[in-house]
Design a protein around this ligand. Structure first.
Ligand SMILES: Nc1ncnc2c1ncn2[C@@H]1O[C@H](COP(=O)(O)OS(=O)(=O)O)[C@@H](OP(=O)(O)O)[C@H]1O
Length: 394
């Protein structure tokens, strides 16, 4: 593993204290992250954003026939944004010929998700190991996809990607969804799949496992951070996302249960992962906007054939396009967790979720959505999008 990927991994490993991540493995803290990220990758940030001089020399940038193939198409997020269905659509298309990974690092991950950039232990294995998870390139035109929706929610991922992959060729897809519904879906996901892990159970127990109580307490705390950094919108995400020390220090007494928060980043991620405006500003510091394709979950569900065309610019450089006949297949329904057997699940009917959502918008999401709407207008020429709050006005 030559080049900057190794250097970045080593320096991060050497310089940062390690804690256990939410999945029980070490990750770096985000102490002085602004300084760390910008110093570490200052050289690489400019070329990736400017006129694309590739400085990294590794298996991803050499891309030789006969070598394992690094992905050049990514679904970065967001978690619970319909990414599994989108992945199924893309990799089952006989027209598009997009290849998925040969095998995964993690036995229990969704088949689409490599988690190379968000899990420190995988990244530490190096870029050659990443490529080896994909097929050997038989011809120049082959294209592989890494669809790991967790990437978008880790502030450290974009600089690591820039220091590793072939930035000249790569394209990045993100689907977004009403942050309230996304949050509720993520809460449901945790109750069904992750609650068996003691830290998830303890974190949720504090709130009597209720989404409504998490929505009452966590956004206030997150918003204090957001307000503090609002003067520098590009820095909000890296200072306020779910794994910052700021969030770790956050203690709050939940009056209804009489318990203090434990592992506060677990419930806080339900909300911070939905700060799309600040999240995208962070990504755009490292990767220029025209390499992204951003699509809307609600539009995918309502009018798939139209919305899916918005990933066209991310396929075109690879000589691919979505044909009408392909789009007519529609969005498959994958990964719908009913939580029928979830213990302690707070099932909120529409009206209840609307009431919770109204407050979440007031307190947290509207400002971030405003930023996001501006980005959609300025960089993607899409206006009238992301008006999720409308559904919550009385
Ligand atoms: N075709 C179609 N129509 C409507 N909704 C759909 C469809 N396909 C996926 N979904 C919903 O997308 C949610 C899962 O998103 P992800 O696959 O991105 O989740 S994950 O982060 O990979 O776990 C999950 O949302 P919730 O059901 O609200 O939890 C899925 O039901």
């Amino acid at each position: 593993n030559s080049g900057l990927a190794g250097k970045a991994g080593k320096e991060l490993g050497d310089d940062h204290r390690t804690y256990e991540s939410e999945y029980g493995e070490p990750y770096e803290t985000e102490d002085n992250e602004a300084a760390d990220l910008s110093n570490l990758l200052a050289d690489q940030m400019t070329p990736s954003y400017g006129k694309s001089a590739i400085k990294v020399d590794n298996v991803c940038t050499r891309r030789r026939v006969g070598d394992h193939m690094c992905p050049e198409l990514f679904i970065l997020g967001v978690q619970k944004g319909g990414t599994s269905s989108l992945w199924v659509f893309l990799v089952t298309s006989t027209e598009l010929k997009i290849q998925t990974g040969l095998n995964l690092y993690e036995e229990y991950a969704m088949p689409k998700e490599m988690h190379f950039f968000d899990k420190q232990s995988f990244f530490a294995e190096g870029v050659d190991s990443y490529a080896e998870h994909f097929e050997v390139r038989d011809e120049e035109s082959q294209l592989s996809l890494d669809a790991t929706p967790a990437y978008s929610r880790y502030a450290r991922v974009p600089p690591l990607m820039v220091s590793t992959i072939n930035m000249e060729r790569s394209r990045f897809i993100i689907t977004v969804r009403d942050p309230v519904h996304r949050g509720y879906s993520w809460y449901t996901h945790i109750l069904q799949r992750l609650i068996r892990m003691p830290r998830f159970d303890q974190a949720y127990q504090v709130f009597d496992y209720k989404f409504s109580l998490m929505s009452k307490y966590m956004p206030k705390l997150i918003n204090e951070c957001v307000q503090r950094w609002m003067k520098y919108p590009k820095l909000v995400f890296q200072h306020c996302w779910h794994l910052t020390d700021n969030v770790r220090r956050t203690g709050v007494l939940v009056e209804e249960t009489g318990l203090e928060t434990i592992y506060p980043w677990i419930p806080s991620s339900i909300f911070t992962d939905g700060l799309y405006g600040y999240m995208m500003l962070h990504w755009f510091r490292f990767i220029r906007p025209n390499l992204f394709c951003i699509i809307f979950y609600e539009k995918l569900v309502e009018s798939f054939a139209d919305e899916i065309q918005h990933i066209g610019p991310c396929l075109k450089p690879f000589g691919r396009e979505i044909l009408e006949s392909d789009a007519a297949r529609g969005l498959p329904l994958v990964n719908h967790i009913k939580c029928k057997t979830c213990k302690n699940f707070e099932r909120l009917v529409d009206e209840e979720l609307s009431a919770v959502g109204r407050k979440l918008n007031e307190e947290l999401f509207t400002r971030s959505n405003d930023v996001f709407r501006e980005l959609m207008r300025d960089h993607f020429n899409r206006t009238g999008m992301a008006d999720w709050e409308k559904a919550y006005t009385l």
